[in-house]
Design a protein around this ligand. Structure first.
Ligand code: PGA
Length: 256
């Protein structure tokens, strides 16, 4: 098993303007140039994608978006399609982030429609799953994640599943500074991988990457990334500073 570690920076609704994005991209390009073993992606807001694609075109950094709509064109005010993201230079797209589920009404059903649209356009979906604090405390964490994964992946062909990325992001750890312990994360990642073995095959489960997300920082990254079933990180807050993001990528290099 040799899954390449993926460190992805989810910029969310940041930075405030193109000038900030430009500065961050230039710094990242410089700082990350020496790292060759991990794969790195940045996921800026939609309006900054073209700018980012230009800056990153001769670098190892890949580009990703934070959301998409499943139709390619049509009367869907405010939406962005998978082919548009592909044309803008994206390789990855986040689907079903918990902020979209909690604040913008996304459900397992909408997530399940978005994944095939992304795949059809040649994008790699980064599918987010994870339980709330209430669900964890009531012993429902695995059941919740099981159902999210089942609905997201059902009906997808095996070839598609191999390329897909899952991000386990416990909702209680996102932006809170409270990360899952490496043991808790490893346990859930193993659970997800076993689930995929049961529903598809061991070969697919072995290939598919499962990222951890939720308050990943330079001081916890190495321990998390060193666990056998943690294949990378989806980083929010700490991806907005070149220094902290590069330190997380460096942790990935060390354990690779
Ligand atoms: P955080 O966000 O690193 O700021 O907790 C992670 C995410 O939401 O993807």
């Amino acid at each position: 098993m040799a899954r390449t570690i993926l460190i992805a920076g989810n910029w969310k609704l940041n930075p405030a303007d193109d000038a900030g994005a430009l500065e961050l991209l230039r710094q990242l390009k410089n700082r990350l140039a020496p790292f060759t073993r991990t794969e790195v992606a940045v996921m800026p807001p939609f309006t900054m994608l073209h700018l980012a694609a230009q800056i990153l075109k001769d670098s190892r950094l890949a580009l990703g978006a934070q959301n998409l709509y499943w139709e390619a064109t049509g009367a869907f005010t405010g939406e962005i399609s998978a082919p548009m993201l592909k044309a803008a230079g994206c390789k990855y797209v986040i689907i079903g982030h918990s902020e979209r589920r909690q604040l913008f009404g996304e459900t397992d059903a909408t997530v399940a429609r978005k994944i095939p649209a992304a795949l059809q356009a040649g994008l790699v979906p980064v599918v987010c799953v994870g339980e709330t604090l209430e669900q964890r405390e009531s012993g429902q964490a695995q059941a919740v994640v099981h159902e999210q994964v089942r609905q997201a992946l059902s009906g997808l062909p095996e070839a598609a599943l191999r390329t897909l990325v899952i991000a386990y992001e416990p909702v209680w750890a996102i932006g809170t500074g409270r990360n899952a312990t490496p043991e808790q994360a490893q346990e859930m990642h193993r659970f997800i991988r076993d689930l995929i073995t049961d529903t598809t095959s061991a070969a697919v489960a072995d290939e598919l990457r499962i990222l951890y997300g939720g308050s990943v920082k330079p001081d916890n990254a190495r321990d998390l990334l060193g666990r056998p079933d943690i294949d990378g990180a989806l980083v929010g807050g700490a991806s907005l500073k070149a220094e902290t993001f590069a330190a997380i990528v460096e942790s990935g290099e060390i354990v690779s």
